[in-house]
Design a protein around this ligand. Structure first.
Ligand SMILES: [Zn+2]
Length: 190
């Protein structure tokens, strides 16, 4: 039985690179793989997943009819996996639709995304994935300011740490991965 996977990490935890590599692994084995991303993420330009090491992958946007789209593609030619980038920005409904793909079509869905926003609160897409996913993995990276594992995203505005502003503000130069202790220290929470 195919599964719904959720692979989460902070900023700079190599998510886009992993999705592109996973796509490459499937396709080099002759296994067709579909890539999707959130329409909210305009950072990469339209329909592109880009990694910091310079790799790119064309991706469709996740839309309300994602299940039907994948079903039609699968009927044309077998699909072996569905990859989803920036899954934190998806709605609860989108994640429910994605969960129908392993359940009804027996195709695995591998979703990548941030777990929490800069206030350390779950995004809607992340919360729903944590509730529904069959398998959950953490992609690890190191705190910007010390050597511990980063678990939070710190928003920097003009070089100054902040925890105010809109929840979704695209542009990763404004976020850095930090450990909980450094997060508190930088925001004067301790
Ligand atoms: Zn730290």
């Amino acid at each position: 039985m195919a599964k719904l996977y959720y692979r989460y990490g902070t900023m700079q935890s190599n998510k886009s690179n992993q999705i592109i590599t996973t796509h490459y692994q499937y396709t080099t084995q002759g296994k067709r793989c579909l890539a999707y991303t959130s329409p909210i993420d305009s950072r990469s330009g339209h329909h592109k997943i880009k990694s910091r090491v310079g790799l790119e992958l064309d991706a469709e946007y996740v839309t309300d009819d994602i299940f039907e789209k994948v079903k039609q593609e699968h009927e044309k030619e077998a699909v072996y996996a569905v990859l989803v980038d920036e899954a934190q920005f998806l709605s609860k409904k989108d994640i429910h639709n994605l969960s129908d793909i392993p359940d009804l079509l027996d195709i695995p869905v591998i979703a990548f995304g941030l777990k929490t926003d800069f206030r350390n609160e779950l995004f809607e897409g992340s919360r729903t994935l944590l509730e529904l996913a069959d398998a959950i993995d953490e992609l690890k990276t190191v705190c910007q300011f010390c050597n511990k594992k980063a678990t939070l995203n710190l928003r920097m505005q003009n070089g100054v740490p902040t925890n105010v502003g809109e929840t979704i503000q695209i542009g990763d130069e404004e976020y850095v991965p930090v450990c909980r202790k450094c997060y508190k220290e930088r925001l004067d929470l301790v």
